[in-house]
Design a protein around this ligand. Structure first.
Ligand SMILES: Nc1ncnc2c1ncn2[C@@H]1O[C@H](COP(=O)(O)OP(=O)(O)OP(=O)(O)O)[C@@H](O)[C@H]1O
Length: 319
């Protein structure tokens, strides 16, 4: 099936002039999102996710580079773009006095072909809160309302900046269901997230951002294969004397005593199939457990950091 590019960034840079100097938030971002994707931007604090999103919807002007969204320039074609692209508002604080239903109805009235606000209330798990003032809702419920405001216009492209922040697991499951259904009906989603699980389970493709650049792009599986292919296997053996047979296939990273004088062994391997065959065969290992490094492993490998690390690039502080 031919793909249709919905978003394209080419060598996009953004420099902020701040009180503590110039901050180079984007240092040459290239990004392509195709129609029908749920595309995730993943990266530590300060990587440039929000700046990219704000440029994408025309809220900020890039310092240089080219941005194309549905064949439009977000700055020059703002009003036309906003009919087809919705972004979730960042804060519910400006809507404190309205009830949830009033707010969704008002917002729906801005669009030509909105979704049914009442159905959306049900889909978002907000039916019982429909007559409550937004200011009285919990943080997670307010977050659902903000996502609802982006969805009610029934856009072609839905842009969400950390949509599941503050949501409990049920709310997050509701959100994922809604976004998958929206995609099945032809929609495209671009979202930023700090949650590896969200990126892994929800997103069809991911761009990992770090220090104002996209450092890797691919499906979650492609990224894991390319950047964190090693798996950790844990197993129990009665004797450790045979472990040397794993040389060349797996590396022992830890051992610990287990019940009945046995030993629990943890190894890393790039060839888990061969390792399992050896463990189950000659070594007589039991309780074999296999774990992938997952996107966590990819993230550590590409950024050299655990998650949520500040990484601003302060021009003034560079020699
Ligand atoms: N209005 C602004 N003025 C000056 N610097 C800014 C401004 N907005 C963002 N920055 C800086 O630009 C860099 C990128 O910020 P941005 O908010 O785009 O990152 P992010 O990946 O969205 O981070 P987070 O995960 O914390 O939301 C950071 O160093 C940030 O401090």
């Amino acid at each position: 099936m031919p793909t249709e590019r919905v978003v394209s960034f080419r060598n996009v840079t953004k420099t902020y002039e701040g009180s503590s100097g110039r901050v180079q938030a984007l240092r040459g971002v290239d990004l392509d999102v195709e129609r029908g994707e749920i595309f995730g931007l993943l990266g530590p604090n300060g990587a440039g996710k929000s700046t990219s999103i704000e440029i994408l919807v025309g809220l900020r002007r890039p310092t240089s580079g080219t941005v194309d969204v549905l064949a439009m320039d977000p700055l020059a074609d703002g009003p036309r773009l906003r009919e087809r692209v919705s972004i979730q508002p960042q804060h519910a604080s400006v809507f404190q006095q309205q009830t949830v239903a009033e707010l969704l109805r008002t917002w729906a009235s801005f669009y030509r072909a909105p979704r049914d606000p009442e159905q959306l209330l049900t889909d978002l798990g907000l039916r019982e809160s429909r007559d409550m003032r937004v200011g009285k809702l919990s943080g997670g419920q307010q977050q659902r309302v903000l996502v609802g405001l982006a969805l009610v216009g029934n856009p072609e492209l839905l842009v969400l900046d950390e949509p599941s922040t503050g949501m409990d697991p049920n709310a997050r499951a509701d959100l994922w269901r809604l976004l998958r259904e929206y995609r099945r009906n032809g929609g495209t989603v671009l979202l930023s997230t700090h949650a590896m699980e969200e990126a892994e389970q929800l997103c069809s493709r991911i761009a990992i951002m770090f220090g104002g650049r996209v450092v890797a792009t691919g499906t979650p599986t492609e990224l894991v294969h390319a950047h964190a292919p090693s798996r950790t296997l844990s197993f129990t053996v009665d004797s450790v004397t045979g472990l040397s047979r794993l040389d060349g296939i797996a590396t022992v990273v830890d051992t610990e005593p287990a019940a009945g004088g046995a030993t629990r062994v943890h190894v890393d391997s790039l060839d888990s199939d061969a390792t399992i065959a050896m463990l189950a065969g000659t070594l007589g290992a039991r309780d074999i457990d296999v774990r992938s490094g997952g996107l966590d492993g990819v993230f550590r490998r590409l950024t050299g950091h655990e998650y949520t690390v500040e990484s601003p690039v302060l021009e003034g502080s560079m020699s």
